[in-house]
Design a protein around this ligand. Structure first.
Ligand code: BGC
Length: 721
């Protein structure tokens, strides 16, 4: 243990300034590389006092470091886990904790101190380019998933970083956009998930978001960082900026943003001074008091004193990648969501299968940007099918292989280097097979599988165009041809959605018999997919977001803000009506609702009991597997409030549970406790629970309510902030 006050008294002013500003992007511009190459940032060391540099690396789908180093034959691969939205589709806290643990171990064993994850912004709009990195449209689900993940990471002796605080719900003009939100929507939706994570899992660090919140940059927002985060929620770690966020380091320190990352902003924006100089000048001119600086230094040092680097931990560079591959697989098989199944899945292993779509070979393991990973391998869908011994049409697979190889040689389809270094693969036309080809393939096979893939990443939102939110003409043509040829021979068609965020499905789903949403499942994608298709594992994922029928149905209609050509401001006019809160309250039919997901077995819900004691609502019920396959069920507890003074969504998720693996005829009795305070609404000053009859609705999804009961609150309740 170090005595922070003593260390503080020994630090020179120059050393203090260095502690609150990162060293600059390691290995970029003229900066020396980190000893762990490919990390996102480092703090300044103070060797004189035995304070080493702390190393910070992304991200949500796995530790993002360079897999190879110059003049070094060793490799430094990290596991590519399923993307966050897929992890949330498991609704399984234990799995999230295990994934967190595995990432935490890789973080520690590769010499990194803080993992820049989880990303936990609310999925407000289906087009946000980073939705794949985020958990859900619901704050309870997001908060619970994040808490479990943080616990796992930090159990390994390294820090987690919950990000991006707050309301970073779009990428368009993310560094300047002013996000205008009512305090009620903020507190009930956007802050709520962070509040849960801070209170439950005590993350070491928080990353303030790029955007402005009601006129002020989040990193310069004292109300957000001091009043809400520290005073109300009791956060006692440190806050760091997102990379090059905000426009004033002095205001950042004053607002309670302790660490400015990555440092040396002048390297990317020559019109700015470097942060250390700017803070120094403010101190000299009396615009900043040294007490403010000291407070930030203390917050940072308290956390850094717990890092492996500080403890001089001898890391191995040899984390257990095989065990973590297993964890990634287990998370993936629980996170895929079966959307449609008209007596087609699971498939028998003797079924002759024709796989269509370039995504069978160029399978997307995850998104781009800081949410990317560099694993040892990615098992494509085709490789997974071969490895698991499926009887696939090899002649067709060969055609795809040849097609991809040839077309990728052409100028317009060659992978191009993105300005941030990663390769972008232009989308390939999917309609290269002739009708005869498809017809012949339908003759020789029993089933068609069509893979549809998408990829996105930070810095840019997805587009409302064919080939992104909508199927491209060539994808649709392929789907139509395959569907016609196979169906005319009495054979079925299954679509695999290898995507990171919703696409439009309603207009084409009648063409096919089954749809399995495999998301972007990381390095094990192929194995995960095949084991679900064959029923080796029963699908048990459910949607953590709504899939709208069409984009015109969504509540966040003014995304990404105004003016349209170059938005400066985005007003969250839908207020608290985010996701299912909107669709369910206003009777808008989605393609697939929040909480939806099919299984290969069926579950019965029974014996609902409700009791209210002191401040806690107790709900218990029984789930029984009444089908003939083993499976897990996710049940959801929604509360419908009485009509009162405060306008409320028709129902809100307050708790959820995933059963253990239930064998046919096996039951699990669940007992869930919900503090009454969790049922309140914010009235502008305090949390209120109005009197009246509350309906407890136990659903297999937000729209399939299986059990209902009522409890009555005789008197209104109020809780202070
Ligand atoms: C992203 C963060 C990330 C950071 C460091 C930023 O562009 O918004 O999520 O942690 O870069 O890579």
């Amino acid at each position: 243990m170090i005595n922070i006050d003593e260390v503080l008294s020994k630090l020179t002013l120059e050393e203090k300034l260095k502690i609150v500003v990162g060293v600059g992007m390691p290995g970029q511009f003229s900066n020396p590389p980190s000893k762990v190459t490919g990390v996102a940032g480092e703090t300044h060391p103070v060797p004189r006092l035995g304070i080493p540099a702390a190393i910070l690396a992304d991200g949500p789908a796995g530790l993002r470091i360079d897999p190879t180093r110059e003049n070094d034959e060793n490799t430094y691969h990290a596991t590519a886990f399923p993307i966050a939205v897929m992890l949330a589709s498991t609704w399984n806290k234990e799995i999230l904790e295990k994934v967190g643990k595995a990432m935490g171990e890789e973080t520690r064993e590769y010499g990194v101190d803080i993992l820049l994850a989880p990303a936990m912004n609310i999925q407000r709009n289906p087009l946000c380019g980073r939705n794949f990195e985020y958990y859900s449209e619901d704050p309870i689900l997001s908060g619970e998933m994040a808490s479990a993940f943080v616990k796992g990471v930090q159990s390994q002796g390294v820090g987690a970083c919950i990000k991006h605080f707050v309301a970073n719900n779009q990428e368009t003009n993310r560094m300047t956009i002013d996000t205008v939100i009512s305090e009620r929507a903020l507190r009930e939706i956007y802050l709520r998930s962070f509040e849960i994570a801070v209170k439950r899992s005590k993350p070491w660090t928080v990353m303030s978001a790029y955007n402005k919140l009601n006129g002020k940059y989040c990193s310069q927002h004292e109300w957000l960082l001091k009043k809400v985060l520290r005073e109300e929620w009791g956060f006692d770690g440190f806050v760091m900026t997102d990379w090059y966020a905000g426009d004033n380091p002095v205001e950042q320190l004053k607002a309670g943003n302790d660490l400015i990352m990555p440092g040396k902003v002048n390297q990317v924006n020559p019109s700015r001074k470097d942060e250390i100089t700017e803070i120094m000048e403010a101190l000299e001119e009396g615009k900043l008091s040294e007490d403010v600086l000291d407070e930030c230094v203390k917050n940072i040092l308290k956390v850094l004193a717990n890092t492996p680097s500080f403890k001089n931990y001898k890391y191995s560079n040899d984390p257990d990648l095989d065990a973590h591959a297993e964890t990634a697989y287990k998370a993936g098989v629980e996170g895929a969501v079966l959307l449609k199944n008209e007596s087609v899945l699971p498939v028998n292993k003797d079924t002759k299968i024709a796989i269509f779509g370039t995504g069978q070979i160029e399978t997307v393991k995850g998104g781009t940007g800081s949410g990317d990973t560099h694993p040892r391998y990615t098992i494509s869908i085709l490789e997974g099918a071969r490895e698991r011994g499926l009887k696939i049409d090899e002649a067709l697979a060969e055609k795809y292989k040849k097609y991809i190889k040839e077309i990728r040689e052409k100028e317009e389809y060659r992978p191009v280097r993105h300005q941030w270094g990663f390769l972008v693969y232009p989308k390939l036309p999917e309609d290269f097979l002739s009708e005869e080809d498809v017809n012949d393939t339908a003759e020789r096979n029993d089933l068609a599988i069509v893979v549809i893939s998408r990829i996105s990443g930070e810095g840019e939102d997805r587009k409302l165009i064919k080939g992104d939110f909508y199927l491209s003409d060539d994808e649709l043509k392929l789907l139509k041809t395959v569907s016609r040829e196979f169906h005319s021979k009495g054979k079925k068609v299954v679509v695999l959605l290898n995507i990171g965020a919703p696409i439009e499905i309603a207009s084409w789903r009648d063409l096919v018999d089954g749809i399995l949403l495999i998301w972007q499942a990381g390095q094990e994608t192929g194995r995960i997919t095949v084991d679900l298709l064959t029923g080796e594992v029963t699908p048990s994922g459910k949607l953590p977001i709504t899939f709208p029928k069409d984009y015109s149905d969504i509540p966040s209609w003014n995304f990404p803000g105004e003016p349209k050509e170059n938005p400066e401001k985005v007003i969250y006019e839908e207020d608290i009506y985010v996701g299912y809160r909107y669709y369910d309250t206003f009777g808008v039919e989605p393609a697939y609702e929040f909480g939806y997901g099919l299984s290969y077995t069926n579950f019965d819900y029974s014996n609902l009991e409700i009791s209210l004691k002191d401040e806690v609502l107790k709900v218990s019920y029984t789930i029984t597997n009444v089908g003939n396959k083993a499976g897990k069920e996710i049940s959801q507890v929604y509360i419908k409030a009485p009509k009162g003074k405060i306008d409320k969504p028709i129902q809100e998720l307050k708790a959820f549970h995933k059963t253990k693996l239930l064998k046919p005829r096996e039951s699990e009795k669940l007992s869930i406790e919900i503090p009454l305070r969790d049922l309140t609404s914010f009235n502008g000053k305090e949390w209120v629970l109005e009197r009246g009859n509350y309906e407890v609705r136990i659903g297999e999804s937000s729209r399939k309510i299986k059990l209902k009961g009522v409890f009555t609150l005789q008197k209104e309740k109020r809780y202070s902030l």
